[in-house]
Design a protein around this ligand. Structure first.
Ligand SMILES: Cc1ncc(COP(=O)(O)O)c(C=O)c1O
Length: 402
């Protein structure tokens, strides 16, 4: 008899179900479009390695650094370098000591830190967009998850009318989370005017915002442009947490870092929150890793490397746009209506298909996508786009699957 003999099976993460099917497929030509990773621009089937990261690694390897314990909340230079990306020393929140930044372990861990603080100190629930990243269920498990209108199943677009109406009526003190760009899974982002409207409603109704930022720079090619909603909301006086993932932003999937930031209206509240945060970091993360933090410090604090990083983000974003165009052109060529997809941007193409269709794509064509039909556009190239588009056409036209 074991303590674990009668435990129920936990459902698998949908992303890994498709990935396992890809790994188990014996087909010679198969496509793994599941993971949100960056591949090399063009047709290369290799993971993109940021040049700025390789250069920083070279420099660091000669510095004879040890493996000492870092502070619980991460290296101060790292926290400052990340914070500077969002709010520099001349910004209001820094001058007024209303911001703090700590190193996470991943973007996901930063979300967990925020969820822990929220559930202990502030709220019992959080609102997410009505279609969203499946991992939030686990990361926000200490909170009840509720939804605000975002994706309209009928029009396959953002339902901004109902979204803004919802925010105008949302109870004071509610907590909402936004993915600011390259929305996962829909690829649909608010424009700046719409962010302005939602930001003002959040300020008026005293709504607390938790920004999740894994893909800054992927949509427009500029990190700074993509994070505009954060500064906009701050300018309206909205209090916020930010979970930032360095994983995708630097292509450091196995050496991830991340950061958690808080901006509150009173410096005293920041100091009090920090005391809780230290306990939270100790119990959730223990000590964060030094190695990836050192790489990122080197990049962000060395002007040439920072410039290189920014130019690499631009190239990545251009490549994602090119690959999306490849798909849309091929869809048009095959008479697949593209209206549903033209406004999508960033890392994902969202087919919005049912599970039978997802299974059919995998079983018949060895094209593996995440349930719902989220496609990692970076994995598309001129070599596989025809097979992909033909598979999609057959799948969405097959009446037996609807
Ligand atoms: C919406 C969203 N948030 C956060 C993350 C980042 O998580 P992590 O840095 O833990 O991989 C991802 C990554 O896939 C994501 O899609």
């Amino acid at each position: 008899m074991s303590l674990f003999s009668n435990i129920p099976l936990e459902p698998k993460d949908p992303i890994f179900i498709s990935n396992d099917k890809f790994n188990n497929s014996k087909a010679e030509h198969k496509m793994n479009l599941t993971f949100g990773v960056l591949m090399e621009p063009g047709n290369e089937p290799n993971l993109y390695q940021f040049k700025c990261v390789s250069k920083a690694q070279d420099i660091i390897s000669k510095e004879n650094l040890d493996h000492e314990y870092p502070p619980l909340t991460g290296l101060p230079d790292y926290n400052m370098a990340i914070q500077n990306l969002f709010f520099d020393k001349d910004s209001r929140v820094v001058k007024e000591s209303r911001i703090m930044t700590v190193q996470g372990i991943t973007g996901g861990a930063a979300l967990t830190i925020g969820a822990d603080l929220l559930s202990k100190l502030a709220t019992k629930s959080i609102y997410l967009s009505n279609k969203t990243w499946s991992c939030y269920q686990g990361l926000f498990q200490k909170l009840e998850i509720k939804y605000y209108p975002y994706y309209d199943e009928k029009t396959k677009a953002i339902d901004f009318e109902n979204m803004s109406l919802f925010f105008s009526k949302l109870e004071k003190g509610s907590v909402v989370s936004f993915i600011i760009n390259s929305h996962n899974p829909t690829g649909l982002d608010l424009n700046l005017e719409q962010w302005g409207i939602i930001g003002k409603l959040c300020a008026t109704n005293k709504i607390f915002v938790f920004f999740d930022i894994p893909y800054a720079g992927y949509s427009t090619g500029s990190f700074q442009t993509d994070i505009t909603p954060v500064r906009l909301f701050e300018s309206f006086g909205v209090e916020m947490f930010i979970a930032y993932s360095t994983e995708k932003n630097f292509g450091m999937y196995s050496d991830n870092c991340g950061a958690f930031m808080a901006i509150l209206n009173k410096p005293k509240a920041i100091s009090a929150l920090k005391s809780h945060l230290i306990v939270c970091c100790r119990t959730l993360n223990s000590f964060p890793s030094l190695y990836p933090a050192r790489i990122i410090i080197k990049i962000l604090n060395t002007p040439e490397l920072k410039e290189l990083w920014e130019s690499e983000l631009k190239s990545i974003s251009d490549d994602l746009k090119n690959k999306r165009q490849l798909v849309l052109k091929e869809f048009e060529h095959l008479n697949i209506p593209i209206n549903n997809y033209v406004n999508q941007q960033g890392l994902y193409l969202f087919l919005d298909i049912n599970q039978k269709q997802v299974d059919y794509l995998g079983d018949k064509y060895n094209v593996f996508v995440v349930p719902g039909g989220r496609v990692s556009i970076s994995c598309i190239s001129s070599k596989n786009v025809k097979v992909f588009a033909e598979a999609v056409k057959d799948t969405i036209n097959n009446k037996d699957l609807i």
